[in-house]
Write a protein that binds this ligand. Structure first.
Ligand code: FE
Length: 197
C-alpha cells in the first residue's frame, strides 16, 4: 500500500481501524490468554455494559491500537515521538478523536503506574504479564509523578478505561465483533470533526 492510499481522513479512519482488527486481531496479546482483538473488544464490551458514553467505549476499544504502529501511515507518527504503544496509539487517533479519547489511550500505561502507587489493592488485579511489563514501564509512579498525573482533568475516565483494560483478559468472555462498535466510533469521529468545523 502506498502512503497516499493510507492517508487517513474522518471518512476512512474507522475502516482503517477495522481492517487492523480483522487482519491482525488474532495475534496474541503479550502473554495474556486472549488475542489482541478479544482484549480490545472485551474492554469495549465492559464499557458498553456499564452504560459508558460513546467516547469511553471508543477509548476502551482503541487503547491498544498503538501495538500496530507498523500499519500506521508515516505521517501519523511525528518525528521524535517514541514508539511506545500508548503514545503511538494517541498519535494516530488525535486528528480524528476528541481529547478525552486520546488522553485515555495516551495515559493507559501511566494509569497503571499511577494506580500501583496510590491504590494498594490495585496491584493484585494485575495479570502476571502486566506485572512483568510494569517494571519496563518505569514501575509505580513517584510522588511527583502522581501529583502531576492527578492534575489531568480527564483523570477519572483515564482510570476507568484502565480498569476495563484489566477486565479484558478473560478467555471465556464472548463479545460482539468489531462491526458492532464501528458505528459508535463513526459517531465519535463525526461529532469531533463537526466540532472542529
Ligand atoms: Fe490493554
Amino acid at each position: 500500500m502506498t502512503s497516499t492510499e493510507k492517508r487517513l481522513s474522518p471518512d476512512t479512519i474507522v475502516n482503517f481501524i477495522g481492517d487492523i482488527f480483522n487482519r491482525r486481531g488474532a495475534e496474541s496479546y503479550l502473554g495474556e490468554p486472549v488475542t489482541m482483538s478479544q482484549h480490545m473488544l472485551q474492554g469495549a464490551f465492559r464499557a458498553e455494559q456499564s452504560g459508558a458514553s460513546d467516547e469511553l467505549i471508543a477509548a476502551a476499544l482503541l487503547h491498544d491500537v498503538g501495538h500496530y504502529t507498523s500499519e500506521f501511515p508515516e505521517d501519523a507518527l511525528e518525528k521524535g515521538v517514541n514508539n511506545y504503544h500508548d503514545s503511538a496509539g494517541a498519535a494516530v487517533l488525535a486528528p480524528f478523536f476528541p481529547k478525552l479519547v486520546v488522553d485515555c489511550v495516551r495515559y493507559h500505561v501511566a494509569a497503571k503506574r499511577y494506580l500501583c502507587a496510590t491504590d494498594p489493592s490495585y496491584f493484585n488485579r494485575l495479570s502476571e504479564a502486566s506485572v512483568n511489563s510494569l517494571k519496563l514501564q518505569g514501575g509505580p509512579m513517584s510522588a511527583d509523578e502522581v501529583a502531576a498525573f492527578r492534575s489531568n482533568p480527564n483523570l477519572d475516565d483515564i482510570l476507568q478505561v484502565r480498569f476495563w483494560d484489566e477486565d479484558g483478559k478473560d478467555p471465556d468472555l464472548e463479545t460482539p465483533p468489531f462491526e458492532h462498535y464501528a458505528p459508535v466510533l463513526q459517531r465519535v469521529v463525526e461529532r469531533f470533526s463537526a466540532g472542529q468545523g
